[in-house]
Design a protein around this ligand. Structure first.
Ligand code: BMA
Length: 340
């Protein structure tokens, strides 16, 4: 097996559980005490799911999609020593604009949390004449400064890369409609200053594989490895009873991430456990973050389950990269070699 390395700081306290016997060939396994976040996790919040966590100081911090008891989603801050047991603030995150005036989105969902050069960026979906991407930054998790919306509506799913490439910030996103979008490909855009975004390139589209033939969208922030950017994304299929969201894997070129080096034809995880198949929206596994340790190669994947819970799954960088490469099918329409 290739000796693949994660290129990121070590996180020795990454949550972890050894691989069980009896996997179906895919080197991804669930935490056996899933879900890690259950219903009614904090006063006024009925469900937490599709949420992002990151190492912070001696422990972990995260931004959580909390579905309030009035049904409207907002972002809540949570802290944890072990990334398994979380304490949430009762108040949703309130933002300020760049002049210091209060800003509260009408709604906010599917947050991501990515550190670039010591600044933590939140990216989420909010209202801007329909669903669009919102962004904010913080350095202390006390003041959250909203910055410009990066993209025009409609777009409901965006993920920042954890470092600049060629001097620019890079962001994956999935242009869409304002509803339950029955289409969608992943694009990448770049910006020198997080204000002006351009050089939009196609990364990859829905595929012929049945599990992702409706749409796809970026998931966790890409992990830099010696083989390229390891991306866990969501792939969606439509059935007679609704959408099914699985987790897919791809590896993008380090210097030009619009180029797909490998893309796994098989899903890496698909709804199977009760907390994935049963909930507010059945059959959803939706990755939003990983915690990964460059020393051991361990990767913990955080995913929303059935729009109701947060689940955790594990893999090893060398095993997952080998699996993606072994089962890779890159299509003509993937990468910037497609239409422009
Ligand atoms: C998508 C988003 C996600 C959600 C998924 C399944 O369009 O709204 O937040 O998990 O649908 O309901």
């Amino acid at each position: 097996m290739d000796n693949v390395k994660i290129l990121a700081p070590p996180v020795p306290n990454v949550p972890w559980q050894e691989r069980p016997d009896g996997l179906n060939g895919v080197p991804v396994w669930r935490y056996d005490e899933n879900p890690v976040i259950g219903r009614n996790p904090v006063k006024g919040v009925a469900r937490i799911f599709n949420s992002a966590v990151i190492p912070y100081r001696d422990g972990f911090i995260g931004v959580f999609r909390g579905e309030q008891v009035n049904g409207v989603p907002h972002i809540y801050l949570g802290r944890s020593e072990d990334a398994l047991h979380w304490q949430f603030d009762e108040e949703k995150i309130s933002f300020v604009d760049e002049e210091g005036r209060p800003f509260m989105p009408v709604y906010a969902y599917d947050p991501r949390l990515v550190e670039v050069e010591g600044v933590y960026y939140l990216i989420w979906c909010q209202d801007f004449y329909g669903a669009a991407i919102g962004m904010a930054k913080t350095t202390d998790f006390e003041t959250f400064t909203r910055i410009e919306n990066p993209f025009l509506p409609f777009n409901r799913n965006a993920v920042l890369f954890p470092r600049k490439i060629g001097g620019n910030f890079m962001m994956l996103s999935r242009p869409s409609d304002s509803g339950h979008t029955p289409f969608g490909d992943i694009f990448v855009s770049e910006s020198p200053d997080l204000v002006y975004w351009g050089k939009h390139r196609h990364v990859m589209g829905k595929s012929k594989e049945w599990w992702e033939m409706l749409k796809i969208g970026g998931g966790a922030a890409p992990i830099e490895t010696t083989e390229g950017w390891l991306l866990f994304y969501h792939g969606v299929t439509g059935t007679c009873n609704g959408y099914v969201y699985s987790i897919g894997g791809a590896i993008l070129d380090i210097e030009n991430p619009s180029v797909v080096k490998y893309r796994c034809e098989n899903f890496l995880l698909t709804p199977q456990e009760w907390y994935e198949e049963r909930g507010f929206v059945p059959n959803v596994t939706f990755p939003c973050a990983t915690i990964h340790d460059s020393e051991s190669g361990r990767i913990a994947i955080y995913y929303g389950a059935a729009d109701t819970y947060v689940g955790l799954a594990f893999t090893m960088v060398d095993e997952i990269v080998a699996y993606i490469k072994e089962h890779s099918v890159v299509r003509e329409d993937d990468s910037e070699i497609g239409r422009r």
